[in-house]
Structures are given as C-alpha cells and as structure tokens.
Design a protein around this ligand. Structure first.
Ligand code: ADP
Ligand code: ADP
Length: 232
C-alpha cells in the first residue's frame, strides 16, 4: 500500500536546517493497522504529511499503491489524495457552521458527485460511526468523542484505501479515546489500512504493528534485533 525508501525531508528557515526525516524506510501492507510513536520533534507529523501527499520531500522514494508519487504532476497528486486517502486529525477540524451531514459531504465535492449521491454516502458513513440520529446537529452540539466520530465518517465517506490519523484521540478523555479506538479497530477488521500517530503507548499496543520514530528514522521493534548485531 505504502512504501517509503530512504526518504529525506529537510525544513530550511533563514537560520537553521532541520533534517526531519533521515533516510526514513517504512512499508505498510494493505489491510495493516500500524501505530507510530516517538518523542516530540522526531518526525512523526512530517512522515504523515508526506504519506498523505500534503508535502514534498528532498530525496528518496515514496510509492503509494505502486505509484511513484514524485513523478506525478500536482493535479495528479491531488486526485490521488482525494481518491485514496482519508485524514483524521487531533483537532477534529469540523466546520462549525455546517451541520454534521454537510461536514461529511465536503470532501466528496472534489469527486464530482451529485448532491444526492453525496448525501447518500454521507448518511452511510454516519451510520457506520453510530451517529445516524445526529445528522442535523452542529459540531458544537456534540461531545468531543462524537465530533471525532463525525470526522472519521468524513474520512470514510470517500471510501479511502488508506486512513491516516494524527493523534486521533489526543483531545479526548480516556473513555472517549477508547470508543474512537474501538471504531478504528472495527474499520481495520473490515479491511481498512490505518496508520495512526499516537503518544499513547496503551493505544499503540492495540494496533497490529508498532513502529517507533527516533531522529527521523523508523525503528520497528519487531525487527530491532537486526539493527543491534550481537557481539562476535
Ligand atoms: P505535533 O507533532 O504535536 O502535531 P507539530 O507538528 O505542530 O506538533 O510541531 C512539532 C514541532 O515542529 C514543534 O517543535 C514545532 O515547534 C515545530 N514546527 C512545526 N511547524 C513549524 C514551522 N512552521 N516552523 C518551525 N518549526 C515548526
Ligand atoms: P513530531 O510530529 O514527531 O513531533 P515533526 O515531524 O513535527 O515531529 O517535526 C520534525 C522536525 O522538523 C522537528 O525538529 C520540527 O521542529 C521540524 N519541523 C516540522 N515542521 C517544520 C516546518 N514547517 N518548518 C521548520 N521545521 C519544521
């Protein structure tokens, strides 16, 4: 699904150069649920924005569903992002003056779907997150956990092959965090590929695979023996 080889990302400001990713390698297979952890500033968000085709990189290769993304035009990249990727953010990013159904419809407008089809898909996604009865509510009328479920419905409405989540439970109390995590697990069982950045090691342990990011490099604990050869 996602294949990054020796990816390098440098942020340049007037005074400093930050090597946010240093020859970063990661493969995620279709249908996997991967949790990404690591200290603040280690490169997790940078990885996620590049994975989501929101940002370019200096060096290395990124294949999304077998397509070399650096060979695509901007328009092709936007199309690929709209078709294949759903985003879930820490700060739900719902539009306050649109009701729940209209919020979920927003990304579908870029798909050239008619209003009726958009509404049908939005209702279906809302039902999947258990909020069918709330379609006319506004975000402020919902709890944080419910708002995040609406945001997940918005991500799902486009039937993305890949769900990218940046601290999806970061603004929720532990009870609501668990219910959002239950939902992500259910989506994974239905076949979704999920990559989730989290600070919460308890939540990370519930994913199928756990990758730790340190100084711009991915360390897969399952493979860590290979990076620490035994003394002769
Ligand atoms: P998080 O990973 O928790 O979402 P951010 O990605 O917003 O946090 O920021 C992580 C680090 O990157 C912080 O140290 C922040 O100061 C730094 N950072 C983010 N954006 C910029 C920027 N535009 N210029 C300089 N530093 C930035
Ligand atoms: P994390 O998500 O793990 O907290 P980030 O990917 O946000 O880490 O940041 C990795 C490094 O890149 C940090 O040193 C951060 O300060 C820097 N960085 C992130 N975004 C920017 C930016 N827009 N401009 C300059 N530096 C940035």
């Amino acid at each position: 699904m996602l294949q990054m080889k020796s990816l390098c990302k440098i942020y340049r400001t007037a005074l400093i150069e930050t090597h946010a990713l240093r020859h970063f390698n990661l493969e995620v297979q279709a249908g996997e649920f991967v949790a990404i952890t690591g200290p603040s500033g280690s490169g997790k968000s940078t990885f996620l924005t590049i994975a989501g085709l929101l940002e370019a990189f200096e060096d290395g290769q990124y294949l999304l569903d077998g397509q070399d993304v650096s060979r695509l035009s901007d328009a092709q990249r936007s199309r690929l992002r709209n078709e294949k990727i759903g985003f879930i953010f820490q700060a739900f990013n719902l539009i306050p003056d649109l009701n729940v159904l209209d919020n979920i419809e927003v990304p579908l407008r870029y798909r050239g779907l008619g209003r009726e089809e958009r509404q049908r898909r939005a209702r279906e996604a809302l039902a999947r997150v258990g909020l069918a009865a709330r379609e006319r509510h506004y975000p402020a009328e919902l709890s944080g956990g419910q708002q995040q479920r609406v945001a997940i419905a918005r991500a799902l409405a486009g039937s993305p092959r890949l769900l990218l989540a940046d601290e999806p439970t970061g603004n929720l109390d532990s009870h609501m965090a668990r219910s959002v995590m239950d939902l992500l697990e259910a989506l994974h069982r239905e076949g979704a590929t999920i990559v989730m950045v989290t600070h919460d090691l308890g939540l990370a342990a519930r994913a199928q695979r756990h990758v730790h990011v340190m100084d711009g490099q991915a360390v897969d604990p399952a493979n860590s023996l290979h990076s620490h050869p035994l003394p002769a």
